[in-house]
Design a protein around this ligand. Structure first.
Ligand code: ZN
Length: 470
């Protein structure tokens, strides 16, 4: 019996313990607590830090957040690099847990390189950049570190390299793009047709052959020049580079007026051309050269690109004289305005001939009335001052009529008939009028065949003065 009683007691104790353990199991179960993520975490300087937290499970099931208490502690300062601690103290009934994590605030961000252009254009010839490489570099920790950049040129790229104080490096490559290779230039120097008098010395002005960058390649040009000035005729000078070919026509001739003493002896014709140099002036010079006739050009600066032809006019033996820089009627608003315009033109003449001109022609002639609209008596005042200062002005006694739009045949008859009956024989023409330019060959053929002599105007030449009207 005693044994039985003892067994009963033992079993009751065991039963009671089992009941207590069962109740405890119901409350606590198998509780596990752990950090989410690593115990050591690197976090970025100056960026908000979010801790991934912890997980608490009971019997492998995540516990309801309301069933436990948590106290979180940390000393994290994201604005300073360094090591910080974060801890969680968790209480669940009589149980408590402590979790701890180390957070390192580090600078792990590369400096940011900003460029204004995706690529840099470079001149093919000069090898100089046409664009400027411009950039700014901002670092999250150091701020503006543009001046810390190292720029190198490697294989047609600019390499911008920079590191911040914490060793974060960044590199950016900007391509350098060459401009297109310019084309070669192969062109004649001087005119494509040249008139040369018999037995004179012919010196060919050659060609220009350059690569697109202006480097001379003239030694690569093959020139064939058979011009023989002892024999009249038409010659062709040929220049070739590979398959490219240029030619110049050289005409050797005997001018008629040098051999013809003719019936018009004693008479001197002064051909004058106003308002150029312009697009037709070279043609006029060629035609004059063909007949070996010298003339006078009253020049302007109306056609900018042609102004240098003044040099050719001068070098061909023609007289160069002042007409007007602008050829605007408002030069007549005062003597000063006129002289200002006049002097500008004379400076051009100085530049291309080496001398100022002492002779001029009033725009519209000295008898023009248009100047009345600008200033009363201005032409008279200008004429008087200029003559006093040793200048001379020239009107005309033969008018080709080209300014008024005469046809080619009318221009021809005006000049040829005018030359037959003139006394001073100053012939007004315009080298900017195509009818005059195109008819000039016929006119010269006739005038030279009549044996007239041709002269150029100078300050001592006989002059024609119209009656001043203002
Ligand atoms: Zn004019």
């Amino acid at each position: 019996m005693v044994v039985v009683k003892k067994l009963i007691v033992i079993f009751s104790i065991i039963g009671t313990i089992c009941i207590i353990l069962g109740v405890l199991w119901l409350i606590y179960g198998r509780i596990e607590v752990k950090l989410i993520g690593d115990e050591k975490i690197l976090a970025t300087y100056n960026e908000e830090y979010h801790d991934p937290g912890f997980i608490i499970t009971k019997n492998d099931k995540e516990m309801d957040k309301d069933s436990y208490e948590v106290i979180t502690n940390n000393d994290i300062d994201i604005t300073k690099l360094g090591e910080y601690h974060l801890s969680y103290d968790i209480k669940y009934h009589f149980l408590s847990f402590h979790l701890e994590r180390i957070i390192n605030i580090v600078d792990d961000v590369k400096p940011d390189i900003n460029v204004s252009l995706e690529s840099i254009k470079r001149d093919y010839c000069t090898k100089k950049d046409k664009d400027k490489l411009e950039y700014t570099i901002i670092d999250n920790y150091d701020g503006d570190i543009t001046d810390k950049a190292v720029v190198e040129e490697v294989d047609d790229n600019y390499i911008i390299n920079v590191s911040d104080t914490n060793g974060n490096e960044n590199t950016l490559s900007i391509p350098i793009v060459l401009t297109e290779k310019p084309k070669d230039v192969f062109k004649l120097n001087g005119n494509s047709t040249v008139y040369v008098t018999t037995n004179s010395k012919y010196s060919d002005s050659g060609v220009t052959y350059t690569d697109g960058c202006g480097n001379k390649l003239n030694d690569k040009v093959n020139t064939v020049n058979n011009v023989n000035t002892s024999k009249n005729g038409e010659y062709t000078v040929t220049y070739s580079v590979g398959n490219n070919k240029l030619t110049r026509k050289v005409i050797v001739y005997t001018p008629s007026n040098t051999s013809n003493t003719g019936s018009g002896s004693g008479k001197v014709i002064y051909l004058t051309f106003d308002d150029g140099p312009g697009v037709y002036t070279e043609k006029v010079l060629n035609t004059l050269a063909k007949y070996n006739v010298k003339a006078t050009f009253f020049v302007t600066h109306q056609f900018n690109g042609y102004v240098p032809l003044i040099k050719k006019e001068y070098e061909a033996g023609h007289s160069v004289a002042v007409h007007s820089y602008t050829h605007n009627w408002n030069i007549y608003k005062s003597v000063d305005a006129y002289l200002n315009d006049f002097n500008k033109m004379n400076n051009d003449i100085l530049k291309y001939t080496g001398n100022y001109s002492k002779i001029f022609r009033f725009p519209g002639g000295s008898s023009n009335t248009i100047s009345r609209n600008y200033s009363k008596g201005v032409v008279k005042a200008i004429a008087s001052k200029m003559l006093n200062d040793g200048y001379q002005y020239f009107d005309w006694d033969v008018d080709s009529g080209d300014a008024a739009g005469a046809s080619r045949s009318k221009i021809y008859s005006n000049v040829v008939n005018g030359a037959a009956r003139c006394s001073k024989c100053i012939v007004l023409m315009h080298d900017i009028k195509p009818n005059t330019v195109n008819e000039l060959d016929n006119i010269l053929k006739t005038l030279t065949s009549k044996g007239y002599k041709f002269g150029t105007l100078s300050v001592n030449s006989p002059t024609v003065h119209h009656a001043i009207a203002n």
